[in-house]
Write a protein that binds this ligand. Sequence first.
Ligand SMILES: CC(C)(COP(=O)(O)OP(=O)(O)OC[C@H]1O[C@@H](n2cnc3c(N)ncnc32)[C@H](O)[C@@H]1OP(=O)(O)O)[C@@H](O)C(=O)NCCC(=O)NCCS
Length: 178
Amino acid sequence: MSAGISIKRLAAVDAGVYRALMLRAYSEHDTAFTSTFEERANKPIEWWTKRLQDPTTVTIGAFDLGDALIGTARLEAYQRLRERHKVQLTAMYVMKDYAGRGVGRRLLDEALAESRKLSSIELINLTVTADNLAAVRLYSKLGFLTFGRETRAVKATSAYLDKLHMWRPVSADYLVQG
Ligand SMILES: CC(C)(COP(=O)(O)OP(=O)(O)OC[C@H]1O[C@@H](n2cnc3c(N)ncnc32)[C@H](O)[C@@H]1OP(=O)(O)O)[C@@H](O)C(=O)NCCC(=O)NCCS
């Protein structure tokens, strides 16, 4: 289904295309992300470059046959001593034209594989807007469990949004149900 799509780690050189893709994500799916288009559009390119160079993070991209960036997922390791067994998944996005073809699943599989390479990482967590059923289903299929619902987690222009908190162990041995 997602044949022809390649999954690669992004590097500083990808900052321009990464910025363009994320700005598209924020503008197309305003309620799916906590950051807004306006907040991120105001950041200089150096901010995006630094983000990709940050050694405590891994940013993964999905590229089409023409080598255009069409999807992303990002891992951010927790920094405090007692939280260094955890990594957070953020910035999960697949362009509409490529949705429903298994690209999101491949990005998430790769994020899990990358998290296993990070030293001492045992679990991965994320937050997702509670009514974002496509994303909640994707995460559930890949073994993420909901452990809480944060009421009014985000105050968007039109409404408050609840966020679900989800987690799973990074271990490949972890049994994914269903
Ligand atoms: C959520 C998103 C990343 C899914 O990416 P995708 O490439 O379309 O997902 P896949 O094709 O890999 O689908 C994997 C699973 O996700 C679920 N899913 C994906 N799209 C769905 C939809 N529109 N409705 C219901 N379930 C959906 C399904 O369970 C699917 O498995 P199945 O095909 O075996 O049923 C993508 O729709 C997206 O970028 N949405 C906008 C941004 C966003 O919401 N990001 C998440 C922020 S937390």
